[in-house]
Design a protein around this ligand. Structure first.
Ligand SMILES: [Fe+2]
Ligand SMILES: [Fe+2]
Length: 292
């Protein structure tokens, strides 16, 4: 798919029906969730994924304070994007509840409250800096967004493989369909913005090369991030190879990004340095009696 303008990308995005409709969610055989075993080591990973999705509200608010978020096309995209991401978090939470993981009525507020104060200070600083750079920073935001969406989709695909749970698979395949549409929006707009000038390319490349972090690392904490990254990508070498193909190679094809491999490098580095944080063996089989 190739687009000539942001408006065209937005029209394409808005023409797509939602995958996770109320009817789709209601038709999931939730009651069957406990029939299948689920590796408890993956529970904190699912919780991390859920919380990243729920915090989209916060990222959305942050972006609204920047020239990127004030762009009428991008802000229109973000309205629907924000709603879709929050649904992803809610549906993952419903699955966790089915497995027996308890969450209180105010779980979403609790996730937001736990975001460290330092994160907010840091974000205000970045917002001020991006305002200085003006709309030239839009290409960087869009490239970062594309990378986060691609790695998220890849993480869900890994979760499907690792968990081998049919109900979770049904949920995650639907989420991945929506994540792929998000990727396409960010990636297509990034490409259009990067094509405009070399300064935008250099800035975006510099930021991604030096400041790339896995989504959620700043807001949910390094320990939870490492656990999830190692759990998903550090247990089999083929997982990193796939990440390389699906994310790094695609990013390298953006204007000014030839041979850019900071995303794979960072993930690989985390997996090598922190391999011990993810337990090597699964606990004895547990089916639907999950704890907490
Ligand atoms: Fe999502
Ligand atoms: Fe997404």
């Amino acid at each position: 798919m190739s687009f000539d303008s942001k408006e065209e990308v937005l029209r394409w995005y808005e023409s797509r029906p939602r995958t996770l409709t109320d009817d789709f969610i209601a038709a999931i055989p939730w009651h069957e969730s406990r029939r299948y075993p689920f590796d408890p080591r993956l529970i904190p990973v699912l919780e991390y994924m859920r919380d990243v999705e729920i915090l989209t509200d916060m990222y959305h608010k942050e972006l609204r304070g920047t020239p990127t978020g004030r762009d009428p096309v991008i802000s229109k995209f973000m309205e629907r994007w924000g709603i879709e991401e929050v649904t992803h978090g809610e549906v993952i939470n419903m699955f966790l509840n089915e497995l027996g993981v308890r969450t209180g009525a105010a779980w979403k507020t609790d996730v937001r409250k736990k975001v460290p104060f330092f994160y907010h200070i840091n974000t205000s600083l970045i917002t001020a800096l991006t305002n200085l750079a003006g709309s030239r920073f839009t290409a960087t935001h869009m490239t970062f967004g594309a990378v986060h969406e691609m790695t998220t989709a890849q993480s869900y695909r890994r979760m499907i493989e690792l968990a081998g749970h049919p109900i979770l698979e049904k949920i995650l395949r639907a989420i991945v369909t929506e994540e792929s549409a998000h990727t396409n929006f960010y990636w297509s707009v990034a490409r259009l913005e990067l094509r405009k000038n070399k300064t935008a390319q250099r800035l975006a490349r510099f930021v991604l090369e030096n400041f790339y972090y896995p989504v959620g690392e700043g807001s949910l904490g390094k320990a939870r991030c490492r656990y999830s990254v190692v759990g998903l990508f550090g247990t089999e070498p083929s997982a990193l190879e796939t990440l390389n193909k699906t994310v790094t190679e695609r990013v390298s094809s953006l204007p000014g990004f030839a041979q850019m491999n900071s995303v794979s490098r960072r993930i690989e580095d985390l997996c090598l340095k922190h391999a011990h944080v993810f337990p090597a063996d699964s606990y004895p089989e547990t089916s639907g009696q999950m704890m907490r």
